[in-house]
Design a protein around this ligand. Structure first.
Ligand code: MEV
Length: 309
């Protein structure tokens, strides 16, 4: 049996969401999948994800080993002799929610292991709830990203598309969208970018740039629900400019967004923490290949993702 967590894109509202504003986000149809294989008696709790070149044991000095321990501790299961063998279909550190997808997949696998052990001992385990999965995965995200809002874990575990708020969680919406995704190849750290925004706005949730990012989520969501892709694209362009003002864009990301707009996109922006990672664009169907070609000319291999539904 295997367990998954999905990658995600944030269409609008990243960073502001940490301060309580809404974010419009969607799960990808790909992420991280793991299966639990018993390690020989006395063996360590390990994770092996060859596509990320990742081979760790729980006591390694590695951020994902720290994540693994945070999840095991939250579930109160010690360090069982298990190897979680996985496959990742999204790049790590690319702004597509890889760490949350990892945390959700691992949480599901460890909850299943715990419940089987309870059943084998004659007990009856309650079926795992989504709440238990998200609270275990959020324990890991809090350690890796510091001030994580929970948006990545909500999408990694729920799937779909919706508006997320820290106070109320994910509100699914009924919408479908084709999104062009361009992983820039530049790695970055989410926690460093979150700290950068904290400094830029003096940790003040009333900063007008954060407030405007929040209103853009509302405008963009209404535009999406009304089928107004021009309006959604305009909100995305403005959100990118505000994120750049907050210090989380780079010349590479600005250039890729500009190239997408010149190739006919309705709008383009960085997605996720910024500082590297990925950009997204939406475009009329007949212009999608031009946008992808413009990115390819800049050595970025983009792809089209269908989100929502
Ligand atoms: C990261 O995908 C999104 C941020 O807003 C951080 C968070 O919400 O946890 C930058």
């Amino acid at each position: 049996m295997s367990f998954h967590g999905l990658g995600k894109i944030i269409l609008l509202g990243e960073h502001a969401v940490v301060y309580g504003y809404p974010a419009l986000a969607a799960a990808l149809d790909r992420g991280v999948r793991v299966a639990a294989v018993p390690t020989p008696a006395g063996g360590a709790l390990r994770v092996d994800i060859p596509s990320w070149n990742l081979r760790i044991t729980a006591d390694d000095d590695h951020p994902l080993a720290v994540a693994l321990c945070a999840i095991a501790d939250k579930l109160d299961i010690g360090r069982p002799p298990l190897t979680l063998v996985g496959e990742a279909q999204i790049p790590a550190g690319a702004g597509l929610g890889a760490s949350a997808a990892f945390a959700v997949a691992i949480s599901r696998a460890l909850i299943d292991f715990r419940d089987r052990k309870i059943a084998a001992a004659g007990g009856s385990a309650m079926p795992a709830t989504l709440g238990e999965v998200t609270s275990a995965a959020n324990a890991s995200e809090a350690l890796i990203h510091g001030k994580a809002s929970g948006v990545d874990v909500a999408l990694a575990s729920n799937g779909g598309i919706g508006v997320f708020r820290k106070a109320s969680g994910l509100r699914p919406i009924k919408a479908e969208l084709r999104v062009l995704i361009g992983p820039s190849g530049a790695s970055r750290s989410t926690s460093t970018m979150v700290e950068r925004v904290t400094r830029a706005c003096s940790n003040n949730a009333d900063d007008p740039r954060l407030a405007e990012l929040g209103s853009l989520t509302d405008h963009g969501t209404n535009a999406l629900l009304g089928g107004d892709h021009v309006g959604l694209g305009t909100s995305m362009d403005r959100a990118h400019a505000l994120l750049a003002e907050l210090g989380v864009s780079t010349p590479l990301l600005d250039g890729l967004c500009e190239a997408a707009r010149r190739a006919g996109a309705y709008g383009a922006k960085l997605t996720g923490a910024g500082g590297g990672g990925a950009i997204i664009a939406i475009a009329p169907r007949e212009k999608e290949s031009d946008v992808l070609a413009a990115w390819r000319a800049a050595k970025v291999d983009g792809f089209v993702a269908k989100v929502g539904g």
